[in-house]
Design a protein around this ligand. Structure first.
Ligand SMILES: Nc1ncnc2c1ncn2[C@@H]1O[C@H](COP(=O)(O)OP(=O)(O)OP(=O)(O)O)[C@@H](O)[C@H]1O
Ligand SMILES: [Mg+2]
Length: 246
């Protein structure tokens, strides 16, 4: 479904040049939920931004279904953003004055759907995320977890095959974070229309909900299990001593 091959990206030039991605190779199958972890500044958001068509890579390729890109600038991958990839952000990015229904419907209209079709699709998506009874509420009238579910409805409404989530639970309490994970899992493992999710998280507990985990370190991704990624086997004591920002 999604394949990244030899992707490189640097920022700046000369002595200020920072090579962030040094040849990332990864694959995600349809119906797979993959957690991406790695230290702060390791390039997780950069990788998502290139996959999502918001940023051009320097080298390598991305194949998403039939589409191949990776070094093309944002203007050349409009179709990737409109049809192939949905986004979930830490801070929801909802419009404050619009109802849940209108937040979802508007995104569909922007991608070219006519108003009545957009509203119908928005209703279906909101029901899918369990907000059938909250469609006319504005974000302020919803809990954080509910707001994130509106954002998830918006991301899946256009039947996009891949969802990119950059720290989707960063602003949620533990219980709401777990609910979002359960919803992600259900969307990936849906028998009729399974999607793929690539999710960045700093929380090993939430990452353990994924089908698979990747660690981005030193510009490359490697398959990893939760314990070795976090040094839990060798440094169980240090993990709890704090000092690390979540
Ligand atoms: N537009 C940019 N211009 C210059 N440097 C950038 C730019 N975007 C990212 N960087 C740098 O690239 C590196 C990777 O950033 P990125 O945001 O991808 O990391 P991250 O893994 O998502 O970190 P975090 O966990 O803190 O969100 C950082 O050192 C960052 O400062
Ligand atoms: Mg980031």
């Amino acid at each position: 479904m999604l394949s990244v091959d030899g992707l490189t990206k640097s920022f700046g030039s000369g002595t200020n040049k920072l090579q962030v991605l040094k040849g990332v190779d990864m694959n995600i199958q349809q119906g797979e939920m993959v957690a991406l972890m790695g230290p702060s500044g390791s390039g997780k958001s950069t990788l998502l931004n290139i996959i999502g068509g918001l940023l051009a890579g320097d080298g390598g390729t991305i194949t998403l279904g039939e589409r191949t890109y990776g070094r093309k600038g944002p203007a050349s991958v409009v179709d990737v953003r409109r049809e192939l990839v949905g986004w979930i952000f830490q801070d929801f990015h909802l419009l404050d004055n619009l109802s849940a229904l209108d937040n979802v419907a508007m995104a569909l209209e922007l991608s070219g759907m006519d108003a009545s079709a957009a509203e119908k699709a928005a209703v279906v998506a909101l029901e899918k995320v369990g907000l059938g009874d909250r469609m006319n509420f504005i974000p302020d009238q919803l809990s954080g977890g509910q707001q994130q579910r509106v954002a998830i409805a918006r991301a899946i409404a256009g039947n996009r095959p891949v969802l990119l989530a950059d720290e989707p639970t960063g602003n949620l309490d533990i219980a709401s974070g777990k609910e979002v994970m359960a919803l992600f899992k259900a969307l990936c493992h849906d028998e009729e229309n399974p999607i793929s999710i690539l999710m960045v998280t700093h929380d090993p507990d939430l990452a353990s909900n994924a089908d698979r985990m990747l660690l981005l370190n030193n510009g490359k991704t490697e398959a990893s299990d939760i314990r070795s990624a976090w040094g839990l086997d060798a440094e169980a004591d240090q993990q709890t001593s704090g000092g690390e920002e979540e």
